[in-house]
Design a protein around this ligand. Sequence first.
Ligand code: CDP
Length: 250
Amino acid sequence: MSPEKAPEIAKGEKIYEGKAKVLYKGTEEGTLIQYFKDDATAFNAQKKGTIAGKGIVNNKVTELVMKHLERIGIPTHFIKRLSDREQLVREVEIIPLEVIVRNTVAGTMAKRLGIEEGRRLERPLIEFSLKDDDLGDPLIAEEHILSLDLADEEELSEIFDMTHQINDFLRGLFAGVGIELIDFKLEYGRLYDEDELGYRLILADEFSPDNCRLWDMETGKKLDKDRFRRDLGGEVEAYQEVARRLGITL
Ligand code: CDP
């Protein structure tokens, strides 16, 4: 893995620093640069640490996933990767929802409903939480989304369709490298389309072992941020293993 280098890419002003990424204005209008850090947080930032090289893995895994999704017809904010830790994306208006997809029960769902982790769901489940760190991203229902006008009916229906398509595709992608996709989180945004004179929905944010659960199909070994959350150790190697299996060179 290449050592951390000082960012070399021409960037505009820093507009946001989150837990795992920094966002800068891009040099072109309507673009942003996502910089992936090694910082890791869990339990709404009560636990903090770093995972060496995580930013590089997450940047490259996100690139691979977004490119695959574009190919199957999912519009995404991804434009191109700029460096080991940076990628150029379209600036969108983020819809303040965390769209969570579950194929197998784990994490907060297991806790909340008293179900043992590892139970396969009859069909994939899509849950929503309100994207609000101060409130700890509370779970909300579709009715909240419509009543609070966080998204309209058409957008919500598109979110369901696109999310199911993404899940079907990604389950296959990971199964092909011996990994079970347990659950993951997506974020969507709105982009103004001049041709259509309206907003369209596009996939934003990232897809990486930071926001999904990946279990080795043979051994059940966790290859995701749960290694950090639960002090299991070996998080650097687990992130690298995911990249390696996907054919990514670090
Ligand atoms: O991860 P945790 O147990 O806190 O919450 P969860 O609801 O079980 O998370 C489901 C999936 O969404 C996991 O793969 C998380 O990594 C991801 N997630 C996320 O990326 N960001 C959040 N704020 C919440 C969940």
